[in-house]
Design a protein around this ligand. Structure first.
Ligand code: DAH
Length: 377
């Protein structure tokens, strides 16, 4: 019982009641408590408990009020307390008697039956969710790289042009900026730098190297943005995993070996990898990695004859861009380009997931349709 419900156990002086109007409201509280108790469904034993609690000679509420409020009351208050107590007693007695009659007549039983909990009813079903397919693929990639000594870092999706472009050796007016048009934030006049939604996870190469001296081995999963019109293979938001390894003695062999290990772990031991020359401003040399087609086994031919529709007969599927870190990049992070070397790569996760699970529309990753999501528990 909370202290407010114990008021009849204390005297009026104790309760700070000095005026008749306070007496009336005090009785109002007690009466409200009685109402809430007497209106519940009751069986005979509970009716007896209720009766004792209110009308019991020794310590029923009404006896307590008589002893603690009425007897010691000051002259001014005695009348008010006496009148209210009589009124309350009449009410309590008649209500309790009415409930006794109801129990005897059997009316109470049906009320009790109505309120009884039916344990055979089905419970509330709370469907258990699962990780989004993209998150599952992130996790799988993270596990593979963590097992060979990489750590996982994440970075801001809102970036400055410095981290997204300049420090990656992409000066203003460099043509590759055309492929990386993005969304700029509307800022107050005089803001120190424009802000944009990052077009790739590569800015985290710079942020990581600024904070940490070699050896560096990180991968960076995350969301990236570009101004693209949505279709089956384009979305203005998508996902990448960036990788960066820098140390004093990292060679091109370490690079291709690491990539080959990852691809075999991810797609299975029978796939082959190859690389072709490519161009990125922040790697030199730059390459594009391909994996032998996981659908036709690299033959280029479909099972039922004709050419494989996934690799269009080439036997290879383009996977991601990579390369040896361009020495110019080290200049931006105060690394000594004569002493360190390393490799970097960046892969599109949506594409990887689509390949692996035979999904033909990138938009399903962003529509949150449970019929799609629940296929990947
Ligand atoms: N950032 C590039 C893109 O989004 C992908 C990339 C290519 C990342 C080569 C790299 C790299 O780290 O070495 O198109």
């Amino acid at each position: 019982m909370s202290s407010s419900e114990n008021k009849p156990e204390r005297t009026l002086a104790d309760l700070g009641v000095t005026r008749p109007d306070q007496v009336v409201s005090l009785f109002g509280e007690v009466r409200a408590r009685f109402e809430s108790q007497v209106s519940r469904p009751l069986d005979q034993p509970n009716w007896e408990i209720l009766r004792q609690a209110w009308l019991g000679r020794k310590s029923g509420v009404l006896t307590q009020i008589g002893d603690n409020w009425l007897k010691p009351a000051t002259l001014e208050l005695k009348r008010a307390v006496g009148a209210s107590l009589n009124e309350l007693r009449a009410h309590v007695e008649s209500q309790i008697e009415a409930r006794r009659l109801a129990i005897e007549s059997g009316a109470e039983e049906s009320a009790l039956a109505r309120e009884r909990v039916d344990l055979s009813l089905p419970g509330v079903i709370r469907p258990i969710g699962s990780h989004h397919l993209i998150r599952q693929v992130f996790q799988e990639i993270e596990d593979i790289f963590v097992s060979i000594g990489f750590s996982v870092v994440e970075g801001p999706e809102i970036e400055t042009p410095y981290y997204n472009f300049e420090a990656l050796n992409i000066p203003e007016f460099h043509p590759v900026r055309d492929d990386m048009d993005t969304f700029y934030l509307e800022l107050l006049k005089g803001a120190p730098t424009p802000l944009l939604l990052r077009t790739h996870t590569s800015p985290m190469q710079i942020r990581t190297m600024e904070k940490q001296k070699p050896p560096v081995r990180v991968i960076v999963p995350g969301k990236v943005y570009r101004r693209d019109n949505p279709d089956a293979t384009h979305s203005f938001i998508f996902h990448q995993v960036e990788g960066l390894a820098v140390d004093t003695d990292i060679t091109f062999c370490d690079f291709t070996g690491t990539i080959d290990y990852f691809v075999k772990q991810f797609f299975g031991p029978s796939v082959k990898t190859r690389f072709r020359p490519s161009y990125f401003p922040f790697t030199e040399p730059s390459v594009e990695f391909d994996v032998s087609c996981i659908f036709c086994g690299g033959s280029g031919a479909a099972a039922g004859g004709g050419t494989c529709s996934k690799c269009k007969g080439a036997g290879w599927i383009e996977l991601f861009g990579a390369g040896m870190v361009d020495p110019a990049v080290y200049g931006f992070v105060n690394y000594d380009a004569k002493k360190v070397s390393g490799f970097a790569f960046g892969m599109g996760i949506d594409r990887l997931a689509m390949l692996r699970y035979g999904i033909d529309d990138i938009q399903v990753f962003f529509q949150n349709d449970v019929r799609f999501l629940s296929q990947f528990p």
